[in-house]
Design a protein around this ligand. Sequence first.
Ligand SMILES: Nc1nc2c(c(=O)[nH]1)N[C@H]1C(S)=C(S)[C@@H](COP(=O)(O)OP(=O)(O)OC[C@H]3O[C@@H](n4cnc5c(=O)[nH]c(N)nc54)[C@H](O)[C@@H]3O)O[C@H]1N2
Ligand SMILES: Nc1nc2c(c(=O)[nH]1)N[C@H]1C(S)=C(S)[C@@H](COP(=O)(O)OP(=O)(O)OC[C@H]3O[C@@H](n4cnc5c(=O)[nH]c(N)nc54)[C@H](O)[C@@H]3O)O[C@H]1N2
Ligand SMILES: [Mo]
Length: 764
Amino acid sequence: MAQNTPPETLTGNLDVKEPYDEAAGLKAVVESFRHTLRGTGVGRGWKALVNLNQKDGYDCPSCAWPDPDGHRSVIAEYCESGAKAVADEVMTKHTASPVLFQRYSVADLLQKTDLWLGQQGRLTQPLVLRSGATNYEPISWEDAFQLIANQLKALDSPDEAIFYTSGRTSNEAAFLYQLFVRQFGTNNMPDCSNMCHESTSVALAESIGLGKASVKYDDYEKADVIMIMGQNPGTNAPRMMTPLEAAKRNGAKIIAVNPLHETGLLRFKDPQSPRDMLFGGEKLTDLFLQVRINSDMAFLKAMCKLLLAEEQKTPGKVFDQSFIQTYTSGYKEFIKSLDKFDLSDLVAQCGLTIEQIQEAVDLIRYTRKFIICWAMGLTQHRNAVSTINEIINLLLLKGSIGIEGGGASPIRGHSNVQGDRTMGIWEKPKPEFLDALKKVFKFEPPRENGYDTVKAVKAMHEGKAKVFFALGGNFAMAVSDTNYTAEALKKCTLTVHVSTKLNRSHLIHGETALILPCLGRTDRDIQATGEQFVSCESTTGVVAQSHGVVDPVVDTLKSEVAIIAELAKATLNEKSTVDWDSLVANYDRIRDLIGQVVPGHEHYNEKVRKPGGFYIPNGPRVREFKTKDGKAHFTINTPSHHDLQTGELLLMTIRSHDQFNTTIYGNDDRYRGIYNERRVVFMHRDDIANLKLQEKQVVDLHSKYDGKQRTAHRFMVISYDIPRGCCAAYFPETNVLVPIDSIAEKSSTPTSKSIVITVTPAEN
Ligand SMILES: Nc1nc2c(c(=O)[nH]1)N[C@H]1C(S)=C(S)[C@@H](COP(=O)(O)OP(=O)(O)OC[C@H]3O[C@@H](n4cnc5c(=O)[nH]c(N)nc54)[C@H](O)[C@@H]3O)O[C@H]1N2
Ligand SMILES: Nc1nc2c(c(=O)[nH]1)N[C@H]1C(S)=C(S)[C@@H](COP(=O)(O)OP(=O)(O)OC[C@H]3O[C@@H](n4cnc5c(=O)[nH]c(N)nc54)[C@H](O)[C@@H]3O)O[C@H]1N2
Ligand SMILES: [Mo]
């Protein structure tokens, strides 16, 4: 079988040091500059950095954390992670030009690491891998569009095509993309959200009627207690540390719930605060709760039970009874259901003591100003949707939804993943959205639900889908069950990737394959009527402009908007009711159309030009719950047990400090003290001893599911402070272990954070 995974070889240079005890600080600033300026040319790198997240600059491509509502730091609103993402995009020294593809065949490139692939720089020209060919070769834009259009038109049904989206696509490109795909005739629009915060969207829609955060940026600074669950903000949302620090200065308490003592949760130095740089940063976490993997629901239930006891002691003081009566349903049933769960069982499940949980309860007992935030540590489990619903139960008891300084705060990942969904990138579009499309564009949109990512992989396997088109991302590496997913992609007649950088998905291809190079977030975008900007939505629902600032590395790149429009023209011909050229010429015209279709985006052009952008309307924020009965819902959820057999461990697949999803910036994970190696598995020292393994021993990891064994070869054992029975390793290398059928109930998100594995000495 041809290789589908990154090479399973070790660097041989692993170095392990003590984990950091503080995040950011001078070291991060130095790292940022080193990364940005290395290879970018000082002028380009600097220009890119100073414009990052400024009100007239571009939106950081690294994460969906919002910009401050008011003051912004003068130099730049950036962090180490953003600087690395920018450097990755603006690098000029190397370009992945056709010469590279002449020199290396696809088979050669497959032998390279993901780090090496990314280091080849920006893609410069459309490339085609023709049926049976060994190397990609240049193709004109026109021929590329014609080739795709011909294949799409030759399909028996539009549902035989799949159109994936990653989360960097702007609102303007996303809106045009879904319009093209629906005019073509399918809702097969899986996106990275399916693997990310889908569980959040499903849970929040069920319980509070909107799948988005109920907090605003400023709420952080007004909160009394902030509980951070299943998230590593120091690495993955470093700019969130600034309001957390401000909250602390205002007297807030922070609770962290995580199997790992993540550095960013311990202490933080704001690289933009001279005071911090001189005097040392803030101790962030007041109460660290080292839970077992996937025991969060048991922990939350234990909290609810202890809070109920407090409420019974001092009725009306602990729960917000007036909020509960006016705005919620299901309270009585929920309270009654708590009797079914034994407190000591719950406490034992999460691996904490009752005193620790009581401490958390004491912190929130008398306050309503309570925020809970969460990320992948909660969304990627089988019972993820119910766990998130349990978060809402707790917030509803406290009346913490729709008040200043309180609320639900999922922290989204990709910088515009939330906006893409708002623009209609969704395999399950709402009938109202389709009705609006029909009215404005005068066509009959398809009404049947399309494929999510997991269903898309299966459809390709089964021959039900034959063309795979990706607007960004790295599907083959991001989706679970790497070998299964790769085999699915290889069965396609055509795979197409619109990309900024070379990645492994270009090498795991259908019979014919295309790479279409596009402008990135940092690039200036000039069209017929002049320079254009795009817009993005942050995790708190602010829509703001993003202007590219550097000249594209070559002039052959097209914007995502232009690529979609050309493809639509070539595919739909006279069938389309849209004047695609005029939309590309001036993106204001796209925004005018969005304003007619998407609620909250009326007068889009005017509102988005206001400095800092605008908040889109948010029901829960004003206590309007768009559920069937107009109330916020208490739900009854049951914790799930992982009955591990002897020798089994529960694996979570996480990010290192030197990666952005599947883009690897380097082999270090500085905050966790790991240098020069990614193939490591973090284990408790007693588990290492019990399994008769040694520190730094090379092992294979196996998962068994539905009678099938999957193996990830060659990882080095690291003794780490992690609960017994739990272990951690980096994705994407461990995605081979995540079975395609192991998905969350209701959201179908792969269970990337709870995989039962065994660990054995490496075969060779
Ligand atoms: N630099 C950088 N920034 C990024 C990204 C990146 O790769 N690099 N990716 C972006 C994207 S798309 C996303 S979605 C976000 C991801 O941001 P995170 O969700 O922070 O990313 P992960 O590394 O997956 O970390 C999950 C965290 O949850 C914890 N965890 C795992 N399982 C459990 C559990 O069962 N319970 C609890 N309580 N905790 C658990 C882990 O120990 C870890 O701290 O970051 C975004 N920002
Ligand atoms: N085991 C495991 N698997 C996971 C996760 C996990 O925690 N564990 N996390 C999941 C999560 S949260 C997510 S969001 C997914 C991520 O899945 P994806 O979004 O599919 O993956 P990325 O690595 O973010 O995509 C990187 C590629 O996007 C392209 N790119 C970058 N910028 C642009 C741009 O501006 N335009 C275009 N067109 N292309 C661009 C580059 O070519 C780059 O190689 O992975 C998921 N997979
Ligand atoms: Mo994500």
